[in-house]
Design a protein. Structure first.
Length: 403
């Protein structure tokens, strides 16, 4: 029994001596105290057991077992020093363990301090994280608000885009309408211009008898109608083409040319020769020799006025009066031609031709040519038959009234 207990104590001492201090970061003070208390209790148990055995051996009666008990007791007493040594060893180990435990406690204290600092740091980090969380929540709220604003802006942008598209479509429609209005207005203006040109051409042809200018006015009107590019004006264009062809085939009276001829006759009449014979002889004498006697005779002749008379007794003043009367007749013929008064023109032309025959030398070339012109003017038709005009103007005016 004692051997078993010794083995137990030894094994317990070995286990206690060989046990290493815990390396866990948990607080080691409580485990070290339990180990020391256990070793102390084992030592006290061994001492108590040894004392109790000695006491039992002393009190038991001497009998046959005394010797065996005594021998056992002696054995136990022999073992006791070893136990005491073991107890001392355990005490030393206990001291060593307590020192190690103290170092572990110091280390634990340092670890606790570090843990406390880490806890403080964790606390500050948690506080920082709390502030970060708050800021994050604020940022999240701001982001949500911005996203909502962005969504609202997108909706507004989409609405504006739709409104802009509607406005563009309206502008396109208005532009098409405006272009159509501009096209109609342009056609209207061209038609009005063509109508004005047709009226001017018709006036030139019917009032002034100038079919050539009328034809040019009608052609300009056709150009205006062609520029209008309106299919409804095709009947007007066909009628106008027929009227232009009729004006081109008409042989008109060139009123301006006739007036120019009469004007030239009036200027040339100043130099036409009269039937006064003395005037011819005086002119021939003035062209004779250059002697001083001739020149002196002409000088004295100029101081004395000698009236020349023809065979009918007409003097020079009467001939000059006839020349002036001829000029007046030619001017009156011009006025009659401008008024297209054929009867007055014929009277004035015949009267002028009569003056030529009565007072001028009809055999002279300019006088003969003037006489022929006056005779032609006397028989001139100032109102030739014009082609029928006005149909194209009526059709165009009807189109204007419709629009």
């Amino acid at each position: 029994m004692s051997s078993n207990e010794d083995k137990t104590v030894e094994s317990g001492g070995q286990s206690e001596s060989e046990r290493e201090p815990p390396s866990s970061p948990e607080p080691p003070r409580r485990g070290g105290r339990v180990l020391g208390t256990l070793a102390l209790l084992l030592a006290l148990a061994a001492l108590g057991l040894s004392g109790w055995l000695a006491y039992q051996a002393y009190l038991e009666p001497v009998d046959g077992q005394a010797s065996s008990d005594r021998s056992w007791l002696e054995e136990q007493l022999q073992v006791l020093p070893a136990l005491e040594q073991k107890v001392d060893s355990l005490a030393e180990q206990l001291v060593t363990l307590e020192r190690r435990q103290q170092s572990q406690d110091d280390r634990a204290d340092r670890i606790e301090d570090r843990l406390d600092s880490r806890v403080d740091q964790l606390g500050s980090l948690e506080q920082g994280l709390g502030r970060v969380d708050e800021r994050t929540e604020g940022l999240v709220r701001r982001v949500d608000g911005l996203e909502q604003q962005l969504a609202d802006r997108k909706g507004e942008t989409a609405d504006l885009s739709r409104r802009l598209e509607d406005a563009v479509q309206q502008l396109d429609a208005r532009g098409d309408l405006q272009r159509e209005v501009d096209r109609d207005l342009r056609q209207q203006m061209l038609m009005l211009e063509a109508a004005g040109l047709l009226r001017i051409g018709q006036d030139l042809a019917e009032v002034r008898g100038n079919s050539r200018e009328a034809q040019r006015a009608f052609e300009r009107a056709r150009e205006r109608l062609s520029a209008a590019e309106n299919a409804r004006l095709d009947p007007v264009m066909r009628t106008l083409a027929r009227e232009i062809e009729a004006l081109a085939a008409h042989d008109p009276l060139n009123l301006d040319a006739e007036l120019a001829r009469l004007e030239r006759l009036g200027r040339a009449s100043e130099n036409w020769p009269l039937q006064l014979p003395e005037a011819e002889s005086a002119a021939e004498t003035a062209n004779e020799g250059d002697g001083w006697r001739d020149r002196l005779g002409r000088t004295f002749g100029a101081l004395v006025r000698v009236e020349s008379r023809d065979s009918l007794g007409r003097d020079e003043e009467q001939f000059e009066a006839a020349r002036e009367q001829l000029r007046l007749r030619l001017v009156a013929a011009e006025l009659a031609l401008l008024r297209r008064d054929a009867a007055t023109l014929a009277v004035q032309a015949e009267a002028a031709a009569g003056l030529l025959e009565e007072w001028f030398v009809v055999d002279a070339e300019p006088v003969a040519a003037a006489r022929e012109q006056l005779q032609r003017l006397a028989g001139l038709d100032l109102s030739p038959d014009l082609p029928a005009l006005g149909a194209a103007l009526e059709q165009l005016q009807a189109r204007l009234d419709e629009s």
